[in-house]
Ligand binder design. Sequence first.
Ligand code: NDP
Length: 453
Amino acid sequence: MEDSFDLVVLGAGSGGLAAAKRAASHGARVALVEGDRVGGTCVIRGCVPKKLLVYGSQVQEQLDSAPSYGVVPGVVQRDTAVLLRHVRQEVDRLNALHIDFLAKAGVTLVPGWGRFLDSHRIAVSHADGMGQDRVLEAKRILIAVGGRPHRPEIPGAALAWVSDDMFLQDRFPARVVVVGGGFIACEFACILKGLGVEVVQLVRGDHLLRGFDRELSSVVQEGMEEKGVEIRFQVSPEAIEGQPGELTVVTSEGESVGCGGVLLATGRRPFLEGLNLSAAAVVVDGHRIPVDADQATNRPHIHAVGDVTDRVCLTPVAVDEGRAYADFAFAGRHRQVNHDLVASAVFSQPELATVGLSEEIAIERFGKEAVTVHRARFRSMAQALPKRGPRCLLKLVLEASSGKVLGCHMVGEHAAEIIQMAAIAVGMGATKEDFDRTMALHPTVSEEFVTMA
Ligand code: NDP
């Protein structure tokens, strides 16, 4: 027997949850199919547990600074197993909360992996592979299955962790090799280092965080190195040998780096495995699903949101796409998601946050003469007494003729919180004059944005 719905959503991550609840609030009959845990990457194995680990990894530094404030901690015992257990408990709480939200919204949660039978029917197999498939018939289908970490094809890659695995560990070994120079690699290198792990980071390029403003990435590198992360540039892993807990990474330099664990943070790919998209004749480009500005695939009743579209792979973008889709499809409210000027942050230590164009991209787009740059580099007041910690960099990239802020960037404490607010001004087309006219709030780090020469 087939169950009939107005909308079947594949994937209970950020985009799928947002779309399902919003569509149900408009009166649609909605089924949400999920083979893994409700919450998706962000809640279960991404943003949320990662940020909790970031907080946990900063405690030692706070303890190290305590004597300068007249507080001398007594015997300090560190047990990372406790931190990891608490993080998992919080994830469990959020997972249950999201399941509850779905029930309250009237969304039917269908556990299992979805597979297209044709363009209107989805077979859902039990997550454990047992039992009979349930067939869902849908007027509309939303693909929100997200992405998965991608392992490079090197011998022994299966011996390494990907980011998902980091949250499942009981504790971390004394030495870890982190492969990659992107978001996940930098964030985990700093988390591990803060938790007392010796970290060697292998980066195949000549700098960290490719795609971000180059000057910012240098400041992050400086801060990470100061923290004790050993970063080796222009080095790639060629093979991973050994057994879990006792591994060797053979590098492109012919070196053997021994460690207790390897984290491959080498990018993520849309998770299309098993979807059988060809049965619905949904076009796939490389490994992503192309969509138009309204999230439609080549089939007008099948849409896709979030990381599976490989456009802007960030939680708030997926949420906004999901809601815009549901509002349009089930309430006739047309709104297209603005993918320009999306603020983003890397929760490395020091933290980097940014909105708009990097200096390099602005120059590439408009020419060197058309761009001016203002910056402030300093040690924040929080570092005055402990006499330690990385320097901040605040940077404005401007259109020279009008003073319009094209990019607003920061490395340093609370960078993400500060850039979130700056993004409003930048989105409204603020100029440097507008920034300068704003009275400083003293003493803060962000006041440098409005007092910059
Ligand atoms: P990124 O694309 O940011 O970084 C991947 C890194 O791995 C790059 O340094 C890349 O090098 C390197 N790499 C790729 N293949 C190989 C290989 N075969 N050998 C050696 N190095 C390799 O991906 P991440 O996995 O860090 O993150 C994926 C996405 O997740 C991000 O783009 C972001 O959208 C999202 N995310 C967002 C976060 C946030 O908002 N704070 C946090 C974490 C993830 P190269 O630069 O040379 O290509």
